[in-house]
Design a protein around this ligand. Structure first.
Ligand SMILES: Cc1cc2nc3c(=O)[nH]c(=O)nc-3n(C[C@H](O)[C@H](O)[C@H](O)COP(=O)(O)OP(=O)(O)OC[C@H]3O[C@@H](n4cnc5c(N)ncnc54)[C@H](O)[C@@H]3O)c2cc1C
Length: 436
C-alpha cells in the first residue's frame, strides 16, 4: 500500500531536474543508450530560459532569441532535425551614446566606430584564450586577468566619456547591473569563440524556424522522455548508492543518479544531502545568472523605422532592437535597465519616446527573469575569479549527483543555449559511467 511518507513514490533509471536545453540534452543522450530517465520540471512548460510565446499575434521569444553559425553544437542539432534558420532583421539607423546625448549613425558608421573600441577592450584575449573552447588551456595567463571585472578593464583603458559609454552600455547590460558584476574573461571568451572581431560577433543573429523552442521539442520527441511539470524539487538526498528526490508537495522519486540541470542561481533553494562541495557551494552563493534581466516586447503604433538604440548605463532602456513591421505598427525588443519600472505603462511609454519622440505604444509585455523564482537571474555571465576558482571542479559529479546547465559550460557559457547543450552532453557521459 502506498501510505508511508518515507517510501518513494516512483523510480527511474535517472532523474533529471529541469527541462531546459541542458536537461533535455541529457535525456536524449541517456534514452539513446537505452535508459529510461524522468525529467522533473518546476514550471508548467518546458524550455526554461527559452520561452517561445506570442505577442500581438506574432511568435516571439520571451527569453533567449538568437543562435549563431559559430555555435557548432547548435548547428549540428539544427541540421540533425532539419530546422532552418533565418537572419533577424537589421537596423536602418543606430543610436549610440554621443558627446551630447545619443548620436545617430548608419549601421556602417556604428560598426566602424565600435569595432576598434572592442578590439582594444579585448586586447590580449587572443592569448589568454588561445583555445577558446578550452578556457583553462592558458591558466598561466589567466591568473593576471580572471580577477578583473568588466568595469576594471574599462578603467584600464582611460577612455574619453563617449567611448567609455559606448562600451559600458553593453558591458553593464550583459552584467545585468553595473559592469563590476561580470568578469572580463566571461565576455572575452565569447568574443574569441565568435571569431575574435566585433564584426564576427554580430553574426549571432539567427532565428530557428518555429522559434528557439523548436529544437528542444525535437530533441525531447526523439528522447521520448516523460516530463513531470509543476514538480519543483526541494530536496536531494544520496544514500547507499541511491538518490531520493523530493518535490514540493512531498512526492518522492528515486534513481541510481540525478542530474541537476537547473540554473545555478536556484541551487540554493534545494537542500542537498550530503551538502554541496566547495566549488558548487560557492557558485550557489555567488550566482552565475546575472541579477537583472528584463526583456520587453513593445508594439509601437504606425510605420516606424527599424531603429537600434544603445544608451548610457542608468537609462530606463539599455538597448532596443527593431523587429518586424506589422500592418498597424512595429514590434521592438527592449532590455530594461534596473531604473525602469516595467510594470508601469507610462514609464515604458516615456522610455521609448527617448528614441522615438511622439511614438505611442499599442501594448507591451515584460518578463523580469531576475525575479522569476525558477531562474533567479537572467543569462549567465561568470563573475571575476569564477573561471579559475570554480572550473573544472564545478563540472564534476558529487557522488551520484551530477550537474549541467549553460551557466557551468566550458565554451559558450551562460548566455547561450550552445553552452546548455555542451554541458548536457558532458553530464550524460558522466551519467553513463555511473548508471547500473
Ligand atoms: C532574456 C534572456 C535572453 C537570452 N538571450 C539568449 C540568446 O539570444 N541566445 C542564446 O542562445 N541564449 C540566450 N539566453 C540564455 C539561454 O536562455 C540560456 O543560456 C539557456 O536557455 C539555459 O539553459 P539551461 O538548460 O542551462 O537552463 P534553463 O533554461 O534555465 O533550464 C532550467 C530548468 O530548470 C527548472 N527548474 C528550476 N528550479 C527547479 C526546481 N527546483 N525543480 C525542478 N525544476 C527546476 C526551470 O524551470 C527550467 O526549466 C538568454 C537568456 C535570457 C534570460
Amino acid at each position: 500500500a502506498k501510505s508511508s511518507s518515507a517510501a518513494a513514490d516512483e523510480s527511474a533509471d535517472a532523474l533529471i531536474i529541469g527541462a531546459g536545453y541542458a536537461g533535455v540534452t541529457v535525456a536524449r543522450e541517456l534514452a539513446a543508450r537505452g535508459l529510461k530517465p524522468l525529467i522533473l520540471e518546476a514550471r508548467n512548460r518546458t524550455g526554461g530560459r527559452i520561452w517561445t510565446d506570442t505577442f500581438s499575434g506574432e511568435q516571439v521569444e520571451i527569453g533567449g532569441g538568437w543562435v549563431g553559425e559559430q555555435q557548432k553544437l547548435v548547428q549540428r542539432e539544427l541540421t540533425r532535425y532539419g530546422i532552418a534558420t533565418t537572419p533577424d532583421i537589421g537596423p536602418e539607423r543606430m543610436l549610440l551614446p554621443g558627446d551630447n546625448g545619443l548620436e545617430s549613425l548608419t549601421p556602417e558608421e556604428a560598426v566602424g566606430a565600435l569595432s576598434p573600441l572592442w578590439s582594444e577592450f579585448y586586447r590580449g584575449s587572443e592569448n589568454y584564450f588561445e583555445r577558446p573552447y578550452e578556457p583553462l588551456h592558458r591558466k598561466d595567463l589567466l591568473q593576471k586577468v580572471d580577477g578583473l571585472s568588466l568595469a576594471d578593464r574599462l578603467r584600464q583603458l582611460s577612455l574619453a566619456p563617449k567611448e567609455f559609454q559606448r562600451l559600458n552600455s553593453e558591458t553593464s547590460l550583459y552584467s545585468g547591473g553595473p559592469s563590476s558584476i561580470g568578469a572580463l574573461t566571461g565576455m572575452a571568451q565569447w568574443f574569441q569563440l565568435a571569431g575574435g572581431t566585433y564584426e564576427s560577433s554580430l553574426s549571432m543573429n539567427q532565428k530557428p524556424a518555429g522559434g528557439m523552442i523548436s529544437l528542444l521539442k525535437a530533441m525531447l520527441k526523439e528522447a521520448g522522455t516523460e516530463v513531470r511539470l509543476q514538480s519543483a524539487v526541494t530536496r536531494i538526498t544520496e544514500s547507499k548508492g541511491l538518490v531520493t528526490v523530493e518535490v514540493s508537495g512531498g512526492k518522492r522519486y528515486t534513481a541510481p543518479l540525478v542530474v541537476v540541470a537547473t540554473p545555478t542561481n536556484v541551487w540554493k533553494d534545494i537542500a542537498f544531502h550530503p551538502g554541496l562541495p566547495p566549488a558548487h557551494a560557492t557558485a550557489a552563493r555567488q550566482g552565475i545568472g546575472v541579477p537583472h534581466s528584463n526583456k520587453l516586447w513593445i508594439h509601437v503604433r504606425g510605420r516606424t523605422e527599424a531603429l537600434f538604440a544603445q544608451t548610457p548605463e542608468g537609462s530606463p532602456i539599455s538597448m532596443m532592437l527593431p523587429q518586424q513591421q506589422l500592418s498597424d505598427g512595429r514590434l521592438m525588443v527592449a532590455f530594461g535597465g534596473p531604473s525602469l519600472d516595467a510594470e508601469d505603462p507610462a514609464a515604458v511609454q516615456k522610455a521609448v519616446r527617448q528614441f522615438l519622440p511622439g511614438s505611442s505604444l499599442i501594448r507591451y509585455r515584460t518578463m523580469d527573469w531576475g525575479r522569476d523564482r525558477y531562474s533567479r537571474g537572467g543569462w549567465g555571465l561568470r563573475r571575476p575569479n569564477q573561471l579559475l576558482n570554480l572550473f573544472p571542479q564545478i563540472e564534476e559529479p558529487h557522488g551520484r549527483i551530477l550537474f549541467a546547465g549553460a551557466d557551468i559550460a566550458q565554451g559558450w557559457h551562460g548566455a547561450y543555449i550552445e553552452g546548455a547543450i555542451e554541458s548536457g552532453l558532458r553530464a550524460a557521459q558522466q551519467a553513463i559511467t555511473l548508471a547500473p
